[in-house]
Design a protein. Structure first.
Length: 273
């Protein structure tokens, strides 16, 4: 079970969200909240952090205090507006694990259409089997929190919280139905979940389903898909039906449109593009 904490300062200025699911924490904050992070326990631990701009990302690691690294980037990078960072609640991430996680995320971002500000591919330090399993578990839980609770997809273009909360701005029209989502990824999920609940659409989804793993272009399959590091490519819509969700906004839209074309459906996207 994920514990969700929103920290609001007495100045009514700082708004920092911390999620925890043993043994992992994940925190989200705006850049303007940076000074307040100095007093946040999680920001004073080892971990992985991601700087987010509208269509730009930077992945970093801290073997000491995440906050110290963020202060440095506040001085030398001006494009970012939001921070996401995660680690273990007990602070026990060693250098081999942070190297491994940082490199895995850099590799993942380079497969999207986002601009990555990292100048290198990360460190290739030795990691033993036990530490690799522990690091994968940290990332899997962090990803679960972002996907299923925070509804944030770090692999697609960022839009601010005000836009995200106004879910009516993100929706797909189908036969007079307005199917909304908290993000582009969530809208994709909700679209197919809606179809599966309607008998006249359900057969179209089942007929479209691949016998195997879904892909970026053909987004429904009957087998889950994972990266070698354990990162999930798919979301389970129901038993034996998996949706490929690791894609850019453009690729996500094309995949939905491909389904609609094959199924003979007319869909209209309202994605603020």
């Amino acid at each position: 079970m994920v514990t969700h904490t929103v920290i609001v300062s007495d100045r009514a200025k700082d708004n920092i969200t911390v999620y925890t699911k043993e043994p992992v924490f994940l925190a989200i904050a705006d850049r303007e909240d940076l000074k307040a992070l100095k007093y946040l326990e999680e920001a004073n631990k080892a971990g992985i952090y991601i700087l987010l701009g509208e269509n730009q990302r930077y992945v970093g690691q801290a073997s000491g205090r995440i906050y110290d690294r963020l202060i440095t980037h506040n001085e030398n990078k001006d494009w970012w507006s939001k921070i996401i960072f995660f680690g273990r609640e007990d602070g026990h991430l060693d250098k081999s694990q942070t190297d491994y996680l940082e490199k895995a995320l850099i590799d993942a971002f380079r497969k999207t259409d986002l601009i990555l500000d990292n100048g290198t591919s990360g460190n290739r330090s030795f990691i033993d089997k036990t530490n690799k399993i522990k690091a994968d578990n940290v990332w899997n839980i962090a990803q679960e929190i972002m996907d299923e609770v925070a509804h944030i997809n770090i692999f697609e273009s960022y839009f601010n919280d005000e836009e995200e909360n106004q879910t009516s701005q993100i929706y797909i029209e189908l036969d007079g139905h307005k199917i909304t989502g908290k993000s582009y990824q969530d809208n994709q999920k909700q679209f197919f979940l809606f179809l599966l609940k309607q008998p006249k659409y359900r057969l179209l989804v089942e007929d479209f389903c691949l016998n195997g793993k879904p892909t970026v272009g053909h987004c429904i399959g009957n087998t889950p898909s994972f990266q070698p590091n354990g990162m999930k490519y798919t979301f389970e819509l129901e038993k034996d039906l998996y949706l490929h969700i690791h894609a850019s906004t453009t690729a996500r839209r094309k995949a939905i449109q491909k389904f609609a074309d094959v199924a003979g459906l007319k869909v209209v996207f309202h994605w603020g593009e």
